[in-house]
Design a protein around this ligand. Structure first.
Ligand code: SF4
Length: 322
């Protein structure tokens, strides 16, 4: 069986959008990494967990494959394909890492000449020590994900590997519990099935049931567990929903919750309005309601990213990655 490849016309569009591509995988230089290389700021995960923004490699082994069609997604929906991935059509972890690292090096090659780049940071950025497996598509569709996590964790420079999942592949979640990333995110974008269907628009008939199964597996995973709630004003953050979120939070038993504003950017502007983007104050007020009903405590926030961090008082772990 030949290797799965992103369709040439989509690959061309991704390359035009400054992605590096190899077969079914893609890499990009995150906006915050660019800012950090210019000493113009760092991402909220550096503030909250101590990762090195300038040494972050943001990539995906399943860049255009996803079982959701989220209305708030900044990516072009027409890029996304709903399909599984067979082991013998998927690249091995080493090939993905080496080919994407080369692509990333090319994407970073223009910085030294721009007169603004911190050259010491640029040199360090060529050896990533943080891997954000979240760029686009759903990483749990990649059949060798546990092996990829182990491979990255065993690299000499690695400090942390983060995965963001939508929970649509509970079987892979179960496999991942044997080789968990440093930090695992489960995205929660709706408090109930009706809103889930409307906001995430899952391609599978039993999307909600799959999500709930993943939530159960997630709750027992022996790693840092983060629930990320994406809030859309006028859609999923009304007061009656607080109790429903609290029920999901209790089932998931995360160490931390990130309450994050939907951002009116990219292709999401064709599907939502600017007024659907909550202010940081909206996010802070919603987080206070979650704090009241769950007993989690607000621990930190980052206004320019419109995100608030809450910690589980019953299952305390250190905020910073070791
Ligand atoms: S952790 Fe996320 S936000 Fe931070 S630099 Fe990496 S990809 Fe960007």
């Amino acid at each position: 069986m030949s290797k799965l490849r992103i369709e040439p016309k989509i690959e061309k569009q991704l390359r035009n959008a400054k992605y590096g591509v190899h077969n079914h995988s893609a890499v990009q230089i995150c906006t915050w990494t660019k800012k950090s290389l210019h000493n113009e700021g760092f991402c909220y995960k550096q503030k909250f967990y101590g990762i090195d923004t300038h040494r972050c490699m943001e990539f995906s082994p399943s860049a255009v494959f996803c079982g959701y069609n989220c209305i708030f997604c900044w990516r072009p929906m027409e890029f996304m394909r709903f399909r599984g991935m067979e082991a013998d059509e998927a690249d091995d972890p080493r090939e993905i890492y080496e080919r994407l690292l080369e692509e990333r090096r090319k994407l970073l090659s223009g910085f030294p000449g721009d007169g603004k780049t911190d050259m010491k940071k640029h040199e360090e950025s060529l050896k990533p020590n943080h891997f954000a497996i979240s760029l686009s598509g759903e990483p749990t569709i990649y059949p060798k994900l546990p092996e990829l996590v182990e491979f990255l964790k065993n690299l000499p420079e690695t400090r942390s590997v983060f995965i963001v999942t939508n929970g649509q592949e509970p079987e892979m979640m179960a496999k991942l519990s044997k080789s968990p990333p440093t930090q695992l995110y489960l995205s929660v974008n709706a408090p109930n099935q009706m809103l889930f269907e409307m906001i995430n628009r899952p391609s599978s008939e039993n999307g909600w049931e799959r999500f709930l199964r993943s939530l159960g597996i997630f709750s027992k995973m022996e790693t840092r567990r983060i629930l990320r709630l994406t809030m859309i004003r006028g859609m999923n953050m009304d007061p009656p929903y607080i109790k429903q979120y609290a029920d999901l939070i209790q089932k998931a038993n995360p160490h931390f919750i990130e309450v994050k504003a939907y951002m009116w950017i990219g292709f999401s502007r064709n599907r939502l309005r600017e007024r659907n983007m909550p202010s940081h104050e909206d996010i802070r007020n919603f987080s206070k309601e979650i704090e009241k009903i769950t007993g989690f405590k607000i621990l930190d926030e980052k206004e320019d990213s419109r995100v608030v961090l809450l910690a589980n008082e019953k299952e305390k772990i250190g905020k910073f990655i070791k």
